[in-house]
Design a protein around this ligand. Structure first.
Ligand code: GLP
Length: 234
């Protein structure tokens, strides 16, 4: 596991965008794994800028997002599909048909989750996964637990995740209690991973990764088992 500590959020975001843009230039039909949350917003801004300046072309790129709230459709302003439209998809030339966000309103969420993994497999797997991290060490919505499904699945959100994410909703009661998330195995099968973390709220989770001990009490610690992962921190 490599670790780079940056002086500030702007520099970290630029470095993350450079890694993504470079990867897209190297393989135009790249398969990207993408996160939501406040942390990657700066990276998406930089990628939109790169696109506007003609430095990167997403026309053949394919993406698979990490997660989505159950019960929110893509038109809902707090849905992750909506987030992706605002922060990346709507600002670059990625083909909408090539973008995949788990369907939070599928009739059968379990079936849709299986189909999501099958699609990733069909596309040849994820080349580069960009991850964020939750305050409790969650990755996607893989919450601390004694055990968890390996692949994309429906999950009950932890109380602290609901509290942390309520800042984006009018009221905490509006935060969905369930979500669909890629599983840790889905994520770990990516060829390369970068994880972005910014600010003091994540320090405890980062310290657990730093300890070198793998525990599902902090799901992000399993990333130690990946052979090409870099933490970008500030
Ligand atoms: C949510 C998402 C995660 C994300 C985390 C951290 O819970 N499901 O994928 O990594 O928030 O978000 P932020 O970057 O806003 O702290």
């Amino acid at each position: 596991m490599k670790k780079i500590v940056f002086d500030n959020y702007k520099v970290m975001s630029r470095a993350a965008a450079d890694i993504v843009a470079q990867a897209v230039r190297a393989k135009s039909d790249i398969v990207l794994g993408l996160p939501t949350g406040s942390t990657p917003v700066g990276m998406y801004d930089e990628l939109a800028k790169d696109y506007a300046e003609g430095k990167v072309d997403f026309s053949k790129a394919v993406s698979f997002n990490l997660d989505e709230y159950a019960g929110l459709d893509g038109a809902h302003p707090q849905s992750y599909r909506y987030f992706m439209e605002q922060h990346l998809f709507g600002r670059v030339n990625i083909a909408r048909g090539n973008t995949h966000v788990p369907d939070g309103v599928a009739k059968d969420l379990d079936k849709a989750a299986k189909e999501f993994d099958a699609k990733i497999f069909q596309k040849g797997g994820i080349d580069l996964f960009v991850l964020g991290i939750g305050q409790n060490g969650h990755i996607g919505f893989n919450e601390p637990a004694a055990s968890m499904p390996a692949y994309t699945h429906v999950v009950e959100l932890a109380e602290d995740t609901i509290a942390a994410n309520s800042r984006l909703f009018d009221d905490i009661s509006e935060v969905p209690k369930r979500a669909v998330t890629q599983g840790l195995a889905t994520i770990m099968q990516a060829k390369k991973i970068i994880l972005l973390s910014s600010g003091p709220a994540k320090r405890e989770a980062i310290a657990k990764i730093d300890s070198g001990i793998i525990t599902l009490d902090c799901p992000a610690t399993v990333l130690h088992m990946h052979r090409d992962i870099t933490l970008l921190l500030c």
